[in-house]
Design a binder for this molecule. Structure first.
Ligand SMILES: Nc1nc2c(c(=O)[nH]1)N[C@H]1C(S)=C(S)[C@@H](COP(=O)(O)O)O[C@H]1N2
Ligand SMILES: [Mo]
Length: 571
């Protein structure tokens, strides 16, 4: 097989990558592809009220006091020659680059959302407590329903890469584009303030609110405000909405995105609380997506309605004339973004390993800068324990595990081997006698759900004290009795430094009971600074090796091999 060859080639572009992906086809294209949106009943009513109320007030004011005049903005510099004049090239370029990345972020974000198509305001993700769901299914109560069963199909016309169980690749795009989007955003904001262009966007007086309201009344009562010379300044409502997008929504997207990181949340538990909790941050992150889509629709409609040719020349060429060049180039630009979306789709389905390696390198870089320094230490209290924790992972079906389970794992022996001075085989009782640590922590699944549970078990540091890893042992492999989603032994790996951190343990207790079969009996791993798929359940054996490249297909775990997940998911 080509596995060996693949291991040898750790370049981004490997011709051996291509043939290996179609193994997942049946699951990616399920028969049930219904997309249903259900919203908790008060939400549409409240939203309608929130929209209808200002509209009604605006109409009332219009009838009572007539149409308010539309003021000029920026008011402070009506005649100053230092006012922004037109749109410089850097502004036109960053505007376009932003459009490209937002498009890819929204598309990959939708793919990620569909892997757990429910949104909550509470941290526990108990089925039935969601306020929004994108699935026609209620969680069945009479049988085991895994979080992976709950994932939905989404059309690749809408999402990148779309289909089902493609969250690994979707995340690569999302994280890559988030980094590039933030970088271009920093350049843009930096130049805004380095020049006088910030005056267009940043209101400098509270009168902006009254002025924006006056403009709002004009729009809502279907009076187009007298055309403001957008080349020099915006009307107050326009300024306020651009300001909100750039200086409120974009930072909030970044901050709520970070609030979903297991490494950050389990080190700084106050951080997600700024937004309520991790799931509230996730809900806000999604609402911001809706906000961008809404903004783009209104923005584009206004560009069309207020003089398309003239506006497109300003946006694309930075000129004031009426010719068709701006429209032509603008359409070509939009076509190029569409082409980029098609290219991203093609790359996702034909060369996902390229993405995995590229993002892996960026991860390693960012990891060494930030994440390697943060050790998880969050502890929740007993009252915080979730009433329900979504289960995930195929239960073992081997006769070996079944018969051990039937006998309360009395015959179980954990085999620890590889690059250690004292390879051992330990019974569950011996493990329990070696030491115990307890922690109440939040589990973060890559799919988006989370939940809080108590875990009791043997810290990996204690185990290492006994088996004594040799200096050449760099990576720890955890092998499971269970299989991966697409068959073959489930396993995952950890760099040895990470298992030596606080809160990394072999858990044999969950919520003060011996761990249930469904949740990983007899032993499962807890590594609180990473995502759930790293925490192997139903552990059979542990092996110390010098590199993950020699195990499985060489990408560091079953999901890394089969679904292109990242090796060190701290975000
Ligand atoms: N053996 C095995 N372990 C596994 C998995 C699996 O599929 N097989 N899934 C992982 C994933 S994706 C998650 S989110 C957690 C789920 O743990 P829980 O069932 O206790 O919530 O287990 C992890 N461990
Ligand atoms: Mo997961």
């Amino acid at each position: 097989m080509c596995t060996h060859k693949r291991r040898m080639h750790q370049t981004l572009f490997d011709p051996m990558d291509h043939p290996n992906h179609p193994r997942q086809d049946p699951v990616h294209f399920p028969t049930d592809r219904r997309l249903r949106i259900w919203v908790r009943p008060p939400v549409p009513a409240l939203t309608a009220l929130a929209v209808a109320f200002p509209v009604a007030v605006a109409w009332a004011q219009y009838f009572l006091t007539g149409l308010p005049e539309v003021p000029h903005v920026p008011r402070l510099h009506p005649d100053s020659i230092s006012d922004p004049q037109g749109f410089p090239a850097w502004l036109r370029i960053t505007h376009y680059v932003n459009f490209l990345f937002i498009a890819l972020l929204i598309r990959s974000g939708l793919s990620i959302l569909m892997d757990h198509p429910r949104l909550y305001w509470n941290a526990h993700c108990t089925p039935g407590t969601e306020w929004l769901r994108f699935t026609p299914l209620e969680v069945p109560k009479d049988r085991v329903w895994q979080a992976k069963d709950d994932a939905r199909y989404i059309s690749p016309w809408l999402a990148l890469p779309g289909y089902r169980h493609t969250i690994g690749v979707a995340r690569h795009w999302h994280l890559l584009c988030a980094l590039l989007w933030v970088a271009s955003g920093l350049v843009y904001v930096g130049l805004l303030f380095a020049t006088n262009q910030w005056m267009r966007l940043v209101p400098t007086s509270w009168s902006i609110l009254a002025d924006a309201w006056a403009v709002f009344i004009n729009y809502v009562t279907l009076h187009m405000p007298a055309e403001i010379e957008g080349f020099h300044s915006y009307n107050a409502l326009q300024q306020l909405s651009y300001f909100t997008v750039v200086f409120v929504m974009a930072p909030l997207s970044i901050l709520t995105g970070l609030a979903m990181s297991p490494a950050i949340d389990n080190r700084f538990p106050w951080y997600p609380k700024i937004f309520g909790n991790r799931q509230a941050a996730r809900s806000i992150h999604f609402l911001l997506l809706v906000g961008y889509v809404g903004f783009v629709v209104v923005h584009v409609a206004t560009v069309v309605a207020t003089g398309l040719a003239h506006n497109m020349n300003s946006i694309v060429l930075g000129t004031k004339d009426q010719g068709a060049t701006g429209i032509v180039l603008g359409v070509i630009g939009i076509a190029a973004v569409l082409a980029a979306c098609f290219f991203a789709h093609w790359l996702s389905w034909h060369y996902p390993r390229i993405l995995q390696r590229l993002i892996g390198r960026i991860h390693t870089f960012i990891g060494t800068l930030f994440f390697d320094h943060i050790t998880p230490r969050a502890q929740y209290s007993k009252e915080d324990i979730s009433p329900f924790l979504w289960p995930n992972g195929k239960m073992p079906t081997s006769a070996e595990w079944e018969s051990m389970a039937a006998n309360d794992f009395k015959d179980f022996r954990l085999k620890i081997s590889g690059l250690v001075e004292h390879p051992v085989e330990l019974s569950l009782d011996e493990i329990k006698a070696m030491g115990k640590q307890e922690q109440i922590t939040m589990h973060h699944c890559i799919q988006g759900w989370s939940g809080i549970a108590e875990w009791g078990g043997l810290p990996m540091t204690m185990l290492c004290d006994i088996v004594k890893p040799r200096p050449d042992a760099k990576v720890v492999v955890f092998r499971s009795f269970g299989d991966g989603l697409y068959g073959g032994e489930y396993y995952d790996t950890q760099p040895i430094e990470n298992v030596l951190r606080a809160q990394c343990m072999l858990a044999y207790e969950m919520n003060y009971q011996p761990i249930d079969r469904l949740y990983g009996a007899p032993l499962r791993l807890r590594v609180e600074n990473q995502l759930g798929y790293k925490m192997v359940k139903w552990i059979k054996a542990i092996e110390f090796v010098d590199s993950e490249k020699a195990v499985g297909e060489g990408y560091g775990g079953k999901n890394e091999d089969d679904e292109y997940f990242d090796l060190t998911p701290e975000i």
